[in-house]
Unconditional design. Structure first.
Lengths: 808, 221
């Protein structure tokens, strides 16, 4: 019996190759897109989850802006954690982390750089649910000058040997210290905002001369520490939050502490001084929405196609009934067919997902996405719903057909009730709505990204390379002389136009920019509650090199000494200190860090952190800094090989000057553009999935229109015999679809407007939601739909009425 | 007596008026009869045949089949009755396109849940009897109309029904093929199978033992 079912099912699928292909393809693409998006979404949402992570909170600083507090800094004071723990019993444990920007380790002859690691209190393992593989959990991180490595880092350094007891050297800013390895911890997963490869005991802060006394002393002045709290799971978080917010810590009412759940940091936190560029909840929500839209579309599509097709099989069902099939047997047959179809689609889904994932993992550098048991378990209920839905879709025609009298079914005279037709029309309208919304979304997102990239930056980053290195010897007195000598040599290289050193540059890490509060304006106003930023450069050439334009005043005098305390500010800063015209600012004095500073120039606002963020008030100081060496090349260089040749020459000079040093470089424009990578990827993903969704919707439409054509074959024949033209018939067949598009358009516009408007809220500079975007999306949808529908209609309209009429 | 129709009428509503498809039909069939129903288009021949085959309902009258009152039976019982005793042959053959000749023949047996060996024997029997052993693995589309109708007849017979209902079985065939099918019917009838056929052709009607003339839904009115 079941072999017969299988036989009929398989032969039927093979016979109707186009139909089976469309149906399986639609289902497979839909489910695969859904699976892939959900794997990504799950990955994003799995950040910072471990056993007990729901009770861990991060403390951050709110700064007062006007009358309201805004998240101002992800880092807190070294007193924050201990104070909160002492005052509030529901805080079970606290841990402070001082994250290193970059640290260089040496062990025997090995030299290696590590970006991810911190100073950590011994309570680290009480707060974070990671496990210690080797070492004594009660004593690790207690003693100064001790370090814990992750398993990966330990095996990179020591292979299979036990690293415990060995010592390695660490360098930060030319300051060296020796660290004894006291433990090996489990690898910290990629899915955390605080990537960690090593932990150095917090007490090392007192012995290592890279830290100054301001960082060693417990104080309420310098906030460089990430603080995490483990809170009693029965505690009332709201109450605790209020208590922490109203904590009186330094008579400073312009800032306060606040807490946020650890698990929310990756998706919801976007404060200054985060450890990395975090994800975006909006993006995740958008992708989830697309995933479900695609899923629903492919489901609707399946329903449309399979109902349509099974109605064509009325005759076959009639024969079966006449030859003795029971209703249940007919229904089983229907189910067997859909099971086969789904099975094929499902295998395709797995194949497509694996393929896409392997390609994706190859081209992205971040964490690997995998289809693991956990994801499968999470997706299972959704798949269950889908399979159930598909079953339902296959049962509908089975019930419908088997309830007809065989004498009618045999004549193929089955018409669905108007109800059934209404349902199908409703489904198609939903598909149109989704299509229009997605098209509008694609246009708006693409426009926004272009809008960002076409904004004037007011600085030019082309042909500039930032070099940096970590000295592995003690800083000596002749270091700056050596550096000057090297800079002069580099300047003489062919193709080099500028060389200088600086603290930071546009697009560089937040960590390298200083933020401060408390400034006295030229008119004597003492403002303590506005954040401003500053950095130091070493050469007056900087502005010319970066193509930053002065609106008033000029750059530092080349022979002025650093002691002159000259600063250049941007327009935003000029506005902040109460200058209506930038020219007024020149020559004025401002006071911060207990010193007077002379404003000698005002530059046009430029975007230091990319165009997503608003322009910040900025002070650029003239100083002796040497964080980075910026080298600008002549615009005459075009080939990469020429570039690389000069960079190699610089590397050689560097190695001659500093025999023991690391050497790094980065192209400034590329690093700046990297800030938009997430948005670009999002936009690309949105485009791809939109196209897939439209494709699936078109499949469903194709099904519906072919059904309509079959149903109206006779009518069309009669009309043609009575003189209707092909065009007239096309009009007749397409007019319905036009009406539906109209309805869909009206429903789609407010949805699209609302969602895109809220997405644009993420950007400081937004593109406009012009009316033509909506019209254009309508026109695109209309043409896609008419093309799909007309293909069918055209065939039917051109059929010889003699053949269509004879069938009846 | 195999079946009897008493005062059977069937009508449809059209524009507020009853239009009679069949009117006051009285009619009986004995086992072993070979009856031809004749009449012009629209006279109700096919409707009558569908009612006899229990595929269609009627509005008035009684229908007794092997002592069972068909008109008062529930749908399910009625279906069981025709599945057990009646075989159908159609003008357009109505074979399932996706199944081979052998599988088409096997289908009614599968629905009756007969054992595999029995099925095989019966199918082999039929193939043999109708001389289509060589065609058993072909699909309907690979056969001529006459061959398809042979399969149709064989399928109707395979579950050994008491009654065969044939709706213009030769309507789509040329005269030679038609004669062959009629010959088979004649033979079957001799073996004791009751046959009711609808036909337009006097020649085919002559194969039967009795002719029923329908005009506007009435028998000889």
């Amino acid at each position: 019996m079941y072999t017969l079912y299988l036989k009929i099912a398989i032969r039927h699928l093979l016979k109707n190759k186009l139909y089976s292909f469309l149906n399986i393809l639609g289902l497979a693409i839909g489910l695969a897109s859904f699976t892939l998006i959900m794997i990504y979404v799950n990955y994003e949402r799995s950040y910072d989850t471990f056993e007990g992570s729901e009770n861990v909170y991060r403390v951050y600083m709110d700064y007062k802006k006007g009358n309201i507090y805004e998240p101002g800094d992800a880092q807190t004071y070294n007193l924050t954690g201990p104070t909160i723990k002492r005052k509030f019993p529901e805080v079970l444990e606290q841990v402070r982390l001082y994250k290193f920007d970059e640290i260089v380790f040496t062990y025997n002859s090995q030299v290696f750089k590590e970006k991810n690691g911190s100073l950590a209190d011994p309570s680290y393992f009480d707060v974070f649910g990671y496990s210690l593989l080797k070492g004594d959990i009660n004593s690790v991180l207690q003693e100064p000058n001790t370090i814990i490595l992750t398993h990966n880092l330990a095996s990179k350094l020591f292979g299979d040997k036990n690293p415990i007891g060995n010592s390695i050297f660490a360098f930060v800013g030319g300051n060296k210290t020796m660290l004894r390895i006291t433990g090996v911890m489990d690898n910290v997963p990629e899915t955390t905002h605080m990537k960690t490869n090593f932990l150095i005991s917090y007490s090392t802060i007192n012995t290592w001369n890279t830290f100054d006394k301001y960082e060693r002393e417990l104080n309420w002045n310098q906030n460089h520490f990430f603080t995490y709290l483990k809170i009693d799971k029965n505690a009332n978080i709201k109450t605790l939050k209020t208590k922490i917010m109203t904590l009186d810590f330094s008579d400073n009412f312009d800032e306060r502490h606040n807490i946020e759940p650890l698990e929310d940091i990756h998706l919801y936190s976007n404060k200054p001084y985060e450890t990395e560029i975090n994800g975006s909840a909006t993006r995740v929500k958008f992708l989830t929405a697309i995933a479900f839209i695609i899923l629903i579309l492919s489901w609707l599509n399946y329903i449309n196609l399979s109902t349509t097709k099974s109605l064509e099989r009325a005759k076959e069902i009639g024969i079966r009934k006449v030859t003795g099939a029971k209703k249940s047997q007919l229904i089983i047959q229907s189910i067997v067919e859909s099971v086969i179809l789904n099975l094929v689609a499902f295998l395709l889904v797995i194949a497509i997902s694996m393929l896409v994932l392997s390609v994706y993992n190859k081209i992205t550098t971040g964490g690997e996405l995998i289809l693991d048991m956990r994801t499968i378990k999470q997706l299972l209920p959704v798949f269950g719903i889908v399979v159930f839905g598909v079953m339902l879709a296959s049962l509908y025609p089975a019930f419908l057909l088997s309830s007809y009298k065989p004498s009618k079914a045999l004549k193929g005279k089955i018409r669905t009730s108007t109800n059934g037709l209404h349902i199908r029309k409703g489904l198609v309208v939903i598909q149109f709505v989704a299509t229009i919304v997605l098209i509008i979304g694609t246009i708006v997102i693409t426009r926004q990204i272009n809008h960002l990239q076409n904004q004037p930056l007011e600085t030019s980053l082309n042909n500039i390379v930032a070099f940096s290195g970590q000295l592995l010897t003690k800083k000596d007195s002749i270091l700056s002389t050596k550096l000057e000598l090297m800079k002069n040599k580099i300047k003489k290289l062919p193709n080099v136009s500028h060389v200088m050193t600086t603290q930071t540059f546009p697009g560089d890490d937040f960590m390298n920019l200083s933020s401060a509060m408390g400034i006295i304006y030229p008119d004597g106003t003492n403002n303590n509650n506005k954040v401003y930023y500053n950095y130091e450069i070493n050469s007056p050439e900087y502005f010319e090199m970066m193509d930053m334009k002065f609106v008033a005043g000029n750059t530092f005098l080349s022979h002025s000494t650093y002691k002159n305390r000259q600063v250049v500010i941007n327009e935003e800063m000029a506005k902040m200190i109460g200058m209506s015209n930038p020219i007024e600012a020149v020559g004025q004095k401002i006071k911060f860090w207990s010193e007077d500073w002379n404003i000698i120039g005002v530059i046009k606002n430029y975007h230091h952190f990319g165009l997503k963020k608003p322009v910040i008030p900025l002070i650029i100081r003239h100083g002796r800094v040497d964080n980075y060496m910026l080298v600008k090349f002549d615009t005459t260089i075009i080939s990469t090989s020429e570039f690389m040749q000069t960079i190699t020459q610089i590397e050689n000079l560097w190695k001659q000057t500093f025999s023991k040093s690391t050497f790094d470089y980065t192209f400034v424009d590329k690093q700046f553009d990297a800030q938009y990578n997430d948005d670009k990827q999002f936009s690309a993903a949105f485009r791809v999935f939109t196209m897939l969704a439209i494709f699936i919707a078109a499949l469903g439409l194709f099904g519906l229109s072919s059904y309509t054509c079959i149903q109206r074959k006779k009518e069309i024949g009669i009309r043609k015999v009575n003189g209707a033209s092909v065009f007239g018939i096309l009009k007749l067949l397409n007019i319905d679809f036009l009406k539906w598009i109209g309805v869909a358009f009206i429903i789609a516009i407010p949805i699209a407007w609302y969602t895109m408007n809220s997405w644009l809220e993420n950007f400081a500079l937004k593109t406009s939601l012009s009316w033509w975007i909506f019209i254009l999306s309508g026109v695109i949808t209309l043409s896609i739909i008419l093309l799909t529908v007309s293909w069918q209609s055209f065939i039917v309209a051109n059929k010889n009425p003699a053949t269509t009429l004879r069938d009846e | 007596m195999l079946l009897q129709l008493k005062n059977v009428s069937k009508w449809v509503q059209s524009g507020g008026q009853n239009v009679f498809l069949l009117k006051d039909i009285n009619f009986w069939v004995n086992e072993g009869d070979f009856i031809s129903i004749m009449g012009p288009s629209g006279s109700g021949k096919s409707t009558l045949l569908n009612i006899i085959g229990m595929l269609d309902h009627f509005n008035e009258g009684t229908y007794t089949f092997l002592e069972e009152s068909v008109h008062s039976l529930k749908e399910k019982h009625r279906a069981n009755l025709y599945k057990q005793y009646i075989g159908f042959v159609f003008q357009a053959y109505h074979l399932i396109d996706e199944l081979t000749v052998k599988e088409n023949l096997e289908m009614p047996l599968l629905y009756k849940k007969q054992g595999s060996s029995e099925r095989k024997a019966l199918v082999a029997d039929m193939l043999d009897r109708f001389n289509i052993v060589g065609k058993k693995d072909l699909f309907p589309s690979q056969l001529s109309g006459g061959q398809q109708q042979l399969v149709g007849v064989a399928r109707a017979l395979i579950a050994s029904p008491k009654l065969i209902l044939a709706d213009e079985p030769t309507g789509n065939l040329n005269s030679k093929q038609g004669d062959e099918i009629m010959g088979i019917f004649k033979e079957l009838n001799k073996e004791g199978v009751t046959i009711i056929q609808v036909t337009h052709s006097e020649k085919n009607a002559a194969y039967g033992s009795r002719v029923l003339n329908l005009l506007d839904g009435c028998i000889e009115c």
